[in-house]
Design a protein around this ligand. Structure first.
Ligand SMILES: Cc1cc2nc3c(=O)[nH]c(=O)nc-3n(C[C@H](O)[C@H](O)[C@H](O)COP(=O)(O)OP(=O)(O)OC[C@H]3O[C@@H](n4cnc5c(N)ncnc54)[C@H](O)[C@@H]3O)c2cc1C
Length: 302
């Protein structure tokens, strides 16, 4: 039996593994597809302290090297359930079952994509899912934001500070975000909002050049040029396997505060998969440390 099993090897899970190993706990880190998590999709990270510029995959590799150096064991498997047996937790995967005294869920989340054919190829070449992460690359350029909720509106507001123009593309006939934000954006000369409109095509190969739009009210197709497209249509946590041991909110995030405790003693949660307002590498790594130290304290108390 391991001391701690960590589900998910993104920045949160890997930081948790590092802290747990440094506290001399045995650790199994289980990842279903991609050691490094979401950040491996980022061509350039410029907001992780001490690293001026690093590709997401380099950063992920450095994190993995560090946890391996400290003696964490890794397993490529998908966790399908966690069973709480009090002082023994069973982690069920598609490769078999593993036991631990404590479990940290660090399963992350995924940004919803538009589902357009060349969307994935254009990530890092104009298409982004995070203005906080990538907005600065588009300073002095023209961008579009897809979405009408608070995240999209806040991202548009931020981008409007340094982009020449921001077009907000909303599929409904109204914005679903706060009226105050809509009013503030409406007052800006470099922001325009289009309603009843969806993106139907991304034009560009080496980089994004144009976005083709369809207005469903006017039954009209047209293209706008844009250097960047920020897709802000929500995130999708994948927390169903943990619903028996952790309470999920209506959006599917594991309910926990900064203490990273779930409703089950000995089961903790860290990173983008939990309820929180800022989903970044720094906040994920911070959670990883908090959850690991809480798990160590729990183990020492049983
Ligand atoms: C394109 C892109 C660019 C970004 N750029 C930046 C940036 O510049 N700066 C910044 O701070 N943030 C950036 N982010 C956000 C940042 O990557 C995330 O906030 C961070 O990765 C969250 O870490 P995490 O460990 O909580 O989750 P994730 O990184 O999502 O990792 C979770 C891991 O858990 C695994 N997993 C999920 N379910 C299971 C299961 N059932 N069994 C086993 N494994 C499972 C997943 O496969 C994944 O590897 C970016 C995100 C994207 C998508």
């Amino acid at each position: 039996m391991y001391d701690i099993i960590i589900v998910g090897a993104g920045p949160a899970g890997m930081t948790a593994a590092l802290y747990a190993r440094r506290a001399d706990k045995s650790v199994l880190l289980i990842e279903k597809e991609n050691f490094g998590g979401q950040i491996t999709y980022s061509p350039q990270v410029e907001n992780y302290p001490t690293l001026m510029k690093v590709s997401g995959s380099e950063l992920a590799q450095m994190m993995l090297d560090q946890v391996m150096e400290h003696g964490a064991e890794i397993e490529l498997a998908e966790v399908t359930a966690i069973q709480d047996g009090g002082e023994k937790k069973t982690v069920v995967t598609d490769q078999g079952e593993f036991e631990a005294k404590a479990v940290i869920i660090a399963a992350g989340s995924k940004h919803r994509h538009l589902g357009l054919p060349n969307e994935d190829e254009l990530v890092g070449k104009g298409v982004s899912y995070c203005a906080v992460c990538d907005g600065a690359f588009f300073s002095g350029k023209s961008v579009a934001v897809v979405g009408g909720g608070n995240t999209a509106l806040q991202e548009a507001m931020m981008l409007s500070e340094y982009c020449t123009h921001v077009t907000i593309i909303q599929n409904l006939s109204f914005m679903t975000g706060e009226a105050k934000l809509v009013t503030a954006l409406s007052a800006k000369d470099n922001v325009s909002m289009v309603y009843d409109t969806v993106v139907t095509e991304l034009v560009g190969e080496e980089e994004l050049k144009e976005i083709v739009l369809h207005n469903s009210k006017l039954e009209m197709d047209y293209a706008i040029s844009a250097d960047g497209l920020f897709v802000a249509i929500g995130q999708q946590p994948e927390n169903e396997p943990f619903a028996d041991v952790a309470a999920l909110n209506e959006a599917g995030y594991v309910m926990a505060d900064e203490s990273c405790l779930t409703r089950t003693p000995g089961i903790f949660v860290a990173g983008d998969c939990r309820t929180k307002s800022v989903r970044q590498i720094t906040t994920a790594t911070a959670d990883g440390a908090v959850a690991a130290l809480a798990a160590c304290r729990y183990i020492d108390s049983i």
